[in-house]
Structures are given as structure tokens and as C-alpha cells.
Design a protein around this ligand. Structure first.
Ligand code: NDP
Length: 485
């Protein structure tokens, strides 16, 4: 008997609707390699339909008192929190990430995103400028209209809610497109939005592929604001599509993040932090430190102890509570990881740990997309493996002689998203932080996130910043009102 699969439909004007073309894509569970639901394979017509709904909702939504808009976001946060376990399980099944990670990171952060922007809008001020005895200026910050939000598969609800919350908090309406690989929690969010009583048309979600739905959003003349998170090559296409319309664009793109361990570091903390930053979410976090540079005098000890800890990471069924390393998101990404591990060897690298698929953890997962945490040593700093984003559980470890040399190596890539510096020398920490070209520098920590700080990348890791004030400013249009005295 064939089982009917759950169909993930679009959410437009407060209703779940089938795609106009009636087409669906299979949604595969990475841990099993099997289709477990279907997702709307929408196109430009569905985007048009959602734009009409979003446009209709603007006048009322943008004029709602701030405290009322805040109330809707707080209700959404409370309802996700009520269903945290359901969301965590769904995120784990959809992405292959360990359920413990979804429960402690992805879903709590999604809740925090709604709470943060719900309360931020209650506490913002606006500037005034007095022009001597001539005039008085004040700045109005008004919603921009319809925002298009496009997000990737690695942190599905976490990143999508990081865009939806500020956009609607300040009075915009939105068309959001999650990755078609991981649409489930976005679908569940729509049920929550309905339960919270969010007015129709404020949040619209159109599912489908980047070339169909994503590019229809970026090309739509009525969507004047685009917030995109994804790979650098896609970001370039998004920028090109937006340029002719002069859309306001925020791009959060890829990374090849350096992690510096100086001989004066607290080695235990540096090793634990580096293992986590290399392999969290199977290395599929844009902020993962994929290039570890270690000062020569402690290199051997660091590598031995790092491998010792990394080899203890428990690989397994993502739904197993003990699992620390789950599955890779799909076959394409798994093949990409394998390609780079082969390339690293051709480039003279030595596989010091991992390098292949593990034994399947159980019968259920025998066709899943798994790869061992992999450590590569002996590579030159300038080889492709050390310059290109792999986005998997693969880290390179390279020795260095001095501060000057390692800063140059770290900066000599096209990316500039984040970095970590491990040292007990405060002056060194300040010096390196000042000279490293990344949007975030962590000192003696990794992935500590305060939602108020500017977040984003330099160079080809992005344009613009998200977080706190930056996000509220991005989603609003400043208008100066000048009154003669
Ligand atoms: P992609 O760039 O492939 O996709 C990102 C999103 O863009 C997806 O929803 C995708 O749709 C969509 N898309 C694809 N083509 C187009 C197009 N032509 N126009 C508009 N949208 C399009 O990235 P991945 O999903 O593979 O995510 C991994 C990448 O994201 C890594 O490079 C990672 O570093 C980066 N990233 C950056 C972060 C940051 O904050 N800087 C955070 C997290 C990830 P679909 O996949 O459904 O076809």
C-alpha cells in the first residue's frame, strides 16, 4: 500500500494553498535517504499571488500601533516555545542535524529572534538634528513595503526567523522562501502564525527552488527589499537581479573562517572550542572554523589532542539523543565533501582523521548521507582546499611561525565572515582582532551570539549587516523632515 506523504503547501494570505502548477518536489530525510514529504514546486505565478496578498496587507499592518505588532511577535515566540519539542524533531528529520542541537540551538534561537525584535521595537528612538537657528530636522523610519527573504538549509528556522521577525516588526509584509531541501519548520511556523492571529498577508511563504521561486522574488518589481543568506555564487546572482531595480539588498554569504591558536592559549579551551567550531552541525554552519592555524611550538600536541577529541564525537542517527554528529543535508553536499577530501590528498594533504563515510549507525539510516569528522594536515596555505568553502565536517590544521605570518595567511582568501583567536595575551588579542578582515572576531570563544551586535561578512562573505539596530534600519526607510524655525 502506498502511503500518502505530507504535502507542504504555500502559505499565502493566511491560507495554505497548493502551487498554481500543482507540482511538488520530494523532500528527502538526509539520515535515511528516503522521501518523507513533498514540497510545493512553485513558480513566478505563486510569487505574483503572494505579492498581491502582501500588498493588500501593508496599509493596515504598517499602521498598527507598535505595541500591537510587538504582541503578535511575542505570541508567535510563545507558541513556538510551547511546541519546541515538535519543532526540534521536525528540524532534525528535515536537516539531519542531531535532535539535541535542534533542541538547544535552532529552536531556542528562533524563539529568541521573535522575542528580541518584538521588544526591540518598543525601545527604539529616532534622531533629531538642530540646524543652528535655522531649522529643526527629525528622522522618520518607515517600513519599506514588501520584503523578499531567502534563506538556506543549514539553520532553517533560525535563519528564516532572523529575517522575518525584524521585517514584520517594523511594519513590512514579507514573501519568504526557505530552502526547498528543508521546508518543514517554515511550514509549521505558518500554522503558528495563524494561531497567533497574525493578520492575513503579513507573512507569506512560497516554497520551491531558487531558480524558480528565489529568482522570481528577486526580480519582482514590487518587492523592493531583499534579505538573502546563502552561498557566495548565489549571492552574486541575487545582487545582479536586484541591481536594475536598485533594490535594498542584504547578503549574508559563505566563509572560510580562520581559527588561530597561539602557544600562550589555554590549550584545553582552545582544543574543545576548535573541535566544536570545526564540526558543529557536521561543519555546516557558515561560521565554522574550517582552517585552524596553530603556533609551531604547540602544533604536535594540539593536533594529537584535537584528533583525540574529534574521534570521540558520537556519530549516529540524528534522532538518537546521544548523537553529536548527524547526517549531511543531501547527496549533492555529501559528494562535494568527498570531492574536497580527494582534492586535499591530491594537493599533498594527509588525512589525519576520518576521510570517508562511517558504518551506518542503524538499519533505519543505512542509506543516509553520513561522513566522518575529517582532519587534514600537511597542506599549503594557498591550496584550493584551504581557500574554497567546503561546508562539511572537514577541517585543515596548519602550523605557523609568528603573528604577522598567520594574519597574512588568514586574510589571503576571498572570504571574510568570522574568525576565532585563542590566546591569553590581551594585547595580542586586540592586535589580531584589529587586523583580521572578518565581520566577527571571537576571542577565546566561538558562536557566542548577542543579538544586538552587527552580524555579517566582509569581502565576498557579504554586503550589509544583520542584528539589532542594523536589521531595524535595513528594513526601514529613513526620511528626514526639516522644519524651519
Ligand atoms: P544557496 O546559495 O545554494 O541557497 C540559498 C537560498 O537561495 C536557497 O533558498 C536557494 O534555493 C536560493 N536560491 C538559489 N538560487 C537562487 C537564485 N538564482 N535566486 C534567488 N535565490 C536562489 O546556499 P545553500 O542553501 O547551499 O546554503 C549554504 C551556503 O549558505 C553556504 O555557502 C554558507 O556559508 C551560506 N550561509 C551563510 C550564512 C551567513 O550568515 N553568512 C549563514 C548560513 C549559511 P534552493 O536551495 O531551494 O534551490
Amino acid at each position: 500500500m502506498t502511503q500518502t506523504l505530507v504535502r507542504i503547501n504555500n502559505f499565502i494570505n493566511g491560507e495554505f494553498v497548493e502551487p498554481i502548477n500543482s507540482r511538488y518536489l520530494d523532500n528527502i530525510e538526509p539520515a535515511t535517504g528516503k522521501t518523507y514529504s513533498q514540497v510545493a514546486d512553485s513558480d513566478a505565478y505563486d510569487v505574483d499571488f503572494s505579492v498581491a496578498a502582501a500588498e493588500k496587507a501593508i496599509p493596515d499592518w504598517s499602521k498598527q500601533p507598535t505595541a500591537e505588532r510587538s504582541g503578535f511577535l511575542l505570541r508567535i515566540a510563545d507558541l513556538i516555545e510551547r511546541d519546541l519539542e515538535k519543532f526540534a524533531r521536525a528540524e532534525s528529520i528535515d536537516t539531519g542535524k542531531p535532535i539535541s542541537l535542534a533542541r538547544t540551538l535552532d529552536i531556542p534561537r528562533s524563539i529568541a529572534n521573535f522575542r528580541f525584535f518584538a521588544t526591540a521595537i518598543l525601545h527604539t528612538g529616532s534622531e533629531a538634528h538642530i540646524t543652528d537657528n535655522v531649522a529643526f530636522n527629525y528622522t522618520l523610519r518607515q517600513p519599506r513595503g514588501i520584503a523578499g527573504l531567502i534563506s538556506p538549509w543549514n539553520l532553517p528556522l533560525y535563519l528564516l526567523s532572523w529575517k522575518i521577525a525584524p521585517a514584520i516588526a517594523v511594519g513590512n509584509t514579507v514573501i519568504a522562501k526557505p530552502s526547498e531541501l528543508t521546508p518543514m519548520t517554515a511550514y509549521m511556523l505558518c500554522e503558528i502564525a495563524r494561531e497567533a492571529g497574525l493578520p492575513n498577508g503579513v507573512l507569506n511563504i512560497v516554497h520551491g527552488t531558487g531558480p524558480n521561486v528565489g529568482s522570481s522574488i528577486t526580480a519582482h518589481p514590487k518587492i523592493n527589499t531583499i534579505s538573502f543568506t546563502g552561498g557566495t555564487a548565489t549571492g552574486r546572482k541575487v545582487a545582479e537581479a536586484c541591481a536594475p531595480f536598485f533594490k535594498k539588498v542584504s547578503l549574508e554569504l559563505g566563509g572560510k573562517n580562520p581559527n588561530f591558536v597561539f602557544a600562550d592559549a589555554d590549550l584545553e579551551a582552545a582544543i574543545a572550542g576548535s573541535v566544536r567550531s570545526s564540526f558543529a552541525n557536521q561543519g555546516q554552519v557558515c561560521l565554522c572554523g574550517s582552517r585552524v592555524f596553530v603556533e609551531k611550538s604547540i602544533y604536535k600536541e594540539f593536533v594529537d589532542r584535537f584528533i583525540g577529541q574529534a574521534s570521540q564525537l558520537k556519530q549516529g542517527d540524528p534522532l538518537d539523543e546521544q548523537t553529536e554528529q548527524g547526517a549531511i543535508v543531501n547527496k549533492t553536499q555529501l559528494d562535494k565533501v568527498k570531492f574536497y577530501v580527494d582534492l586535499a590528498q591530491k594537493e599533498g594533504g594527509k588525512i589525519a582523521l576520518g576521510g570517508s563515510a562511517p558504518q551506518p549507525p542503524n538499519e533505519r539510516c543505512c542509506e543516509g548521507y553520513f561522513f566522518q569528522p575529517t582532519v587534514i594536515t600537511g597542506l599549503s596555505v594557498s591550496c584550493r582546499t584551504n581557500r574554497e568553502e567546503i561546508f562539511g565536517p572537514v577541517v585543515t590544521i596548519t602550523p605557523f611561525d609568528n603573528e604577522e605570518e598567520v594574519i597574512n595567511h588568514a586574510n589571503d582568501v576571498e572570504y571574510g565572515l568570522s574568525s576565532s583567536v585563542w590566546t591569553q595575551n590581551l594585547s595580542r588579542a586586540h592586535r589580531v582582532a584589529e587586523r583580521i578582515n572578518t565581520g566577527t572576531v571571537w576571542v577565546n570563544c566561538w558562536l557566542v551570539r548577542d543579538l544586538r551586535v552587527p552580524f555579517g561578512g566582509m569581502k565576498q562573505s557579504g554586503v550589509g549587516r544583520e542584528g539589532g539596530e542594523e536589521a531595524l534600519r535595513f528594513f526601514t526607510e529613513p526620511k528626514n523632515v526639516c522644519i524651519a524655525k
